[in-house]
Design a binder for this molecule. Structure first.
Ligand code: NAD
Length: 359
């Protein structure tokens, strides 16, 4: 794999914000989107980071994105917010969904937020981290209305489902939050996108080609007609994926996965819980600490390794990449530069900001 030495997160964020400003975002939106994309890279989820910029520029050119959207509260009560995202950039509008949930849960102990008609919400764990930073536990169920239809149900060989992530986050007062953040597909679609650009295979069992044959070639997902990812965990993961698509799509009113959709729209059903609304905060903190220690103390299967808790990989990767830089293959880095130019960033500015990013 050809890798550029490493990208500096702060300079990369400034470059990405400039690209989004050139596309039409105001300063706040450009900042939120850039921070989200770069943090996805920092946490190791390159699939949800800046490598997506060429796609965004393409969507913008095709009129499929709404910049500086104005989300609308369609329905609300002390414990409920139904939010139409106005087709806006998910990495920005996700902040509004979390704010609506946290504010209600702070008052009522619990809140439900349905967010529909919003562009890609990115790394969904970011929304649980945001809630946890405000002391809230949260659960998030996400689908696409169809532009992300990439997953075959168990027993099927072509796609009917989106990658349908489930995220559960628990806050801790004097320790990092516990965040489980996973697609219900064997691998997230973006992982196949990144593998294709790096010339690497996907894991065994993750993908069928268009004829329904197992393959490790990520290009098989992007043929016409396309191949399909498998759900994780055989019939169990497939069943979870079906339920997430129904919770996020049918229950919110945003729509479950269907064929023929070009505009990438996510829907997210989120639950927010204030831990001291259920019982004693100190007892909760102590029990979380005890249990996590108990789980992590399992005898390692492979000597020299250890059990990792949900969210630990992301936290460690973030620290390391902040220090050592974000690895990026040359093809993706070149594509981002081209996309910046196509998106309207002036050539001199593109060169200047870009030059400052590699460490
Ligand atoms: P993943 O498989 O990398 O990680 C899943 C979970 O497992 C994480 O909570 C992680 O902390 C944990 N984990 C990872 N390695 C571990 C280990 N060795 N031991 C113990 N725990 C471990 O995640 P994924 O399914 O590939 O998803 C990648 C990203 O894609 C996520 O951020 C997800 O939100 C995002 N996504 C977004 C959408 C969307 O439509 N917006 C759709 C699908 C996925």
């Amino acid at each position: 794999m050809a890798v550029v030495l490493g990208l500096r997160a702060d300079n990369l964020e400034a470059y990405v914000a400039a690209i989004f400003r050139a596309l039409g975002s105001d300063g706040n939106e450009a900042h939120q989107v850039a921070a989200h994309l770069v943090d996805a890279n920092l946490t190791g989820h390159d699939s949800h980071g800046v490598a997506r910029i060429p796609r965004y520029v393409g969507y913008a050119r095709d009129g499929l994105l709404t910049f500086n959207a104005r989300p609308k509260l369609l329905r609300q009560s002390a414990t409920l917010a139904v939010l139409d995202g106005d087709g806006g950039l998910g990495q920005a509008i996700g902040h509004r969904a979390v704010a609506e949930g946290v504010a209600r849960a702070r008052q009522s102990g619990v809140a439900l937020v349905a967010l529909t008609n919003v562009g890609h919400l990115g790394r969904i764990g970011a929304w649980a981290e945001l809630a946890a930073a405000d002391g809230m536990a949260s659960l998030h169920f996400v689908n696409t209305t169809g532009a992300g239809m990439r997953v075959a149900p168990f027993g099927g060989s072509d796609a009917r489902l989106s990658t349908n992530p489930i995220v559960i986050g628990l806050p801790r007062q004097d320790a990092p939050p516990v965040i489980h953040d996973a697609a219900t597909s064997f691998i997230a679609e973006g992982k196949a996108m990144v593998a294709r650009s790096r010339g690497e295979p996907v894991p065994d069992g993750a993908l069928y080609d268009a004829a329904g044959r197992p393959t490790r070639d990520p290009a098989a997902l992007y043929t016409e007609p396309p191949g399909a990812l498998t759900a994780f965990g055989l019939h169990k993961g497939s069943g979870l994926s079906v339920m997430v698509d129904l919770l996020a799509g049918a229950l919110t009113g945003g729509g479950s996965t269907r064929a023929g959709v070009r505009r990438l729209a996510n829907n997210m059903l989120s639950v927010f819980i204030r831990p001291d609304g259920l019982g004693d905060q100190a007892a909760y903190e102590a029990e979380v600490g005890r249990f996590l220690h108990w789980v992590a103390s399992s005898r390692p299967l492979v000597p020299g390794h250890r059990v990792l808790l949900p969210g630990e990989v992301e936290r460690e990767t973030r620290e390391r990449r902040r220090r050592d830089g974000i690895p990026m293959d040359e093809a993706s880095w070149a594509a981002i530069g081209q996309a910046a130019q196509d998106g309207g960033l002036a050539a001199a500015e593109n060169e200047r900001l870009r030059a400052a990013v590699p460490a």
